[in-house]
Write a protein that binds this ligand. Structure first.
Ligand code: FAD
Length: 375
């Protein structure tokens, strides 16, 4: 084997980042994505210092700076709008999910992502074989499962805990923030109440704000991001709250619902030439804003470990090293996300403790290089 041939399933943030990091190291990689073309706009996302470090190292810093909104602190407010606490969020960049994904995908060599290819299973053998809904099959030395919460690759790797619905839903949308008070337009704000809370932050340089309201799950199932609801639902859920918040929600005209679920931490993430990353390996609730950031960290560590792999036994050892490095950290973030969700929706102004340096201070490329040297 002269360097592994890698097939990545899923061109989300994790899959596209690992593909870029591998392509930059000269690894033969292809990505298979079920969606036919560009992803839907989706929602907003906070790229934190730990994720930003990885993407900047891949040369994406200027594009990110041109596109995103810098955010330095987070205010925690009660329902009346009184500030209860504020803390450093570590050079956060607010972005539309689609803009972030577009920046990573645009940096990939042409032809590397194959759209409209839905993985329906992986056959284990001498080399894993990925089967697609259109009947086609691809084999590779390594299959990376970056196919999200309901990962098909994870199902082939082994048993995993059932999905754990949190009993809450996110109601999300964008509004034009121009004309709203500066503290609302430029920072990250969380309004906290007894069984619900709402987070808002800017996602571009022209004043668009993303909001995510976390409320007890309404009846019925929201299948995916495109489950549209009546904007009056979110206004009703926060009626009588801080006038700055109700002014923000008065501008909402498109609101989408997403029912939140995670899984308990699990391993193994790897088996017979398959490995998991991102939500496929460690789906988490969004209350630390780290799901995508952790997927990006995974990508950096895995790519550093795969860069100079010569034969199959070395590949197995490197995949084990990846799981050893990443599983404890992501389990800690999964746990912190659950705790923050409970604290935020209990009206607490001290979720997760103020010291988040262990989250933001992680240097994934350096961790990957050190792990590669050790193994
Ligand atoms: C309400 C909410 C708010 C959030 N806010 C933040 C935030 O501020 N910061 C943050 O870091 N994270 C945030 N997250 C988490 C973040 O969205 C996810 O953790 C992140 O998108 C995971 O990336 P991924 O690449 O692993 O998976 P995904 O983004 O789910 O990508 C998986 C990809 O695989 C494709 N796919 C799926 N199945 C198949 C298949 N069978 N065959 C081929 N392709 C397939 C999908 O189409 C998709 O493109 C939030 C999540 C939620 C729900």
């Amino acid at each position: 084997m002269t360097g592994p041939r890698v097939a990545v399933v899923g061109a989300g943030i994790g899959g596209s980042t690992v593909a870029l990091a591998l392509a930059r190291r000269g690894v033969d990689v292809a990505v298979y994505e079920r969606r036919p073309g560009v992803p839907p706009v989706g929602s907003g996302l906070g790229l934190a210092r730990n994720g930003r470090l990885v993407l900047t190292g891949l040369g994406l810093g200027p594009a990110l700076d041109r596109t995103g909104a810098p955010i330095t602190s987070m205010r925690l407010l009660d329902a009346a709008g009184t500030e209860r606490a504020h803390y450093d969020v570590g050079a956060l960049l607010g972005l539309r999910r689609a803009d972030l994904l577009g920046i990573v995908l645009d940096a990939l060599p042409a032809g590397l992502v194959h759209h409209g290819r839905e993985c329906v299973g992986v056959e284990v053998g001498d080399r894993p074989r990925v089967r697609f809904a259109d009947g086609s099959v691809e084999s590779a030395d390594l299959v990376v499962g970056a196919d999200g919460l309901h990962s098909r690759v994870a199902a082939a790797v082994g048993p995993r805990p059932d999905l754990a619905p949190s009993g809450t839903s996110a109601l999300r949308g964008f509004v034009d923030g121009r004309g709203l008070p500066d503290a609302v337009r430029h920072g990250q704000n969380a309004w906290l109440g007894l069984d619900r809370h709402l987070l808002a932050y800017p996602v571009d340089r022209v004043g668009t704000l993303n909001f995510a309201a976390f409320v007890p799950r309404p009846p019925g199932d929201a299948g995916d991001w495109s489950f549209r609801v009546d904007p009056d639902d979110v206004r009703a859920a926060f009626a009588g709250w801080d006038p700055d918040l109700t002014a923000l929600l008065a501008r909402a005209d498109e609101v989408y619902r997403w029912d939140l679920a995670d899984r308990d931490p699990f391993t193994p993430w790897t088996r017979a030439g398959m490995v998991l990353l991102g939500d496929a390996a460690h789906p988490m609730l969004p209350h630390m804003g780290q799901g995508a950031n952790q997927a990006i960290e995974d990508a950096a560590v895995l790519a550093a470990l795969l860069a100079d792999v010569g034969d199959r036994s070395a590949l197995t050892a490197r995949l084990a090293a990846y799981e050893r490095e990443r599983a404890p950290r992501t389990a800690r973030v999964q746990d912190g996300s659950r705790r923050n969700g409970r604290a935020f929706s209990g009206g607490s102004s001290s979720p997760g403790g103020a010291d988040l340096s262990w989250v933001y201070g992680y240097d994934a490329p350096a961790v990957g290089l050190a792990a590669a040297r050790r193994s």
